[in-house]
Ligand binder design. Structure first.
Ligand code: DX5
Ligand code: ZN
Length: 218
């Protein structure tokens, strides 16, 4: 499978959100990654449901919603209604993860699990068959523009083994500090989806940068 690129709208210019979403529409981006932070699960607040709706109104690419919030199970319906195609909830915020994943799928969406850098991928073995995407955090969630954690390569490889052993077709997404230098190594390790915020939006030509990430050979 060709790898997918999911620019993170967190790094966009919020005063020009429509312009930036339209830029992504014209690009080779596969998804628009939407980071929701509640100031409780993570030490930062991003934006919520009405902004997600506003993004959806202009987006021609599926929304990949990453919920960095407590009690994500209470907001699945709301983000479905706000246009999510995929919803990822954090393992660390989900005491009833199996039920939550099932409820995402029951709404016809793709179900994702995000894990923090300290969370072992083996903990996902018992839900991998009902997980469409694992969002491996390669920074501690809460902020864009952080430094990539090198241990992520090992986690991607271990997770890939778990997915293959289970005969599942779960996608591996890597989120945080992704750039043109680590992208080939991540893809080689088995990543399927690369999220990139600052590397795309702070570049001189975001459309060209997305194309570069899409063209990475490994
Ligand atoms: C971090 C978010 C990431 C972030 C990525 O908490 O989940 O999606 O927007 O941004 P960069 O690519 O700048 O690290
Ligand atoms: Zn994210």
């Amino acid at each position: 499978m060709n790898h997918l690129i999911a620019p993170s709208i967190l790094a966009a210019d919020f005063a020009n959100l429509q312009r930036d979403v339209e830029m992504l529409n014209e690009s080779h981006a596969d998804y628009i990654h939407v980071d929701i932070m509640d100031g409780v699960f993570v030490p930062n607040i991003s934006f919520g449901i009405p902004v997600c709706e506003a993004i959806f109104k202009h987006a021609k690419k599926p929304l990949d919603v990453h919920l960095m919030i407590e009690k994500p199970e209470n907001y699945i319906q709301a983000f479905h209604d706000a246009g999510a195609a995929t919803i990822s909830v954090h393992y660390e915020a989900s005491p009833h993860l199996h039920r939550t994943l099932q409820s995402i799928r029951d709404l016809g969406l793709r179900a994702g699990v995000a894990i923090n850098p300290h969370t072992n991928v083996q903990l996902l073995e018992d839900v991998i068959e009902i997980t469409d995407l694992v969002c491996l955090m390669s920074v501690n969630p809460g902020f864009g523009g952080q430094k990539f954690i090198e241990h992520t390569y090992t986690k991607v490889r271990r997770l890939k083994e778990i997915i293959v052993d289970a005969g599942a077709n779960t996608l591996i997404e890597v989120d945080g500090g992704v750039n043109i230098d680590n992208a080939p190594l991540l893809l080689e390790a088995g990543a399927d989806v690369l999220v990139a915020g600052n590397f795309v939006f702070k570049s001189e030509n975001p459309i060209h940068t997305i194309q570069e990430l899409k063209n990475v050979q490994f």
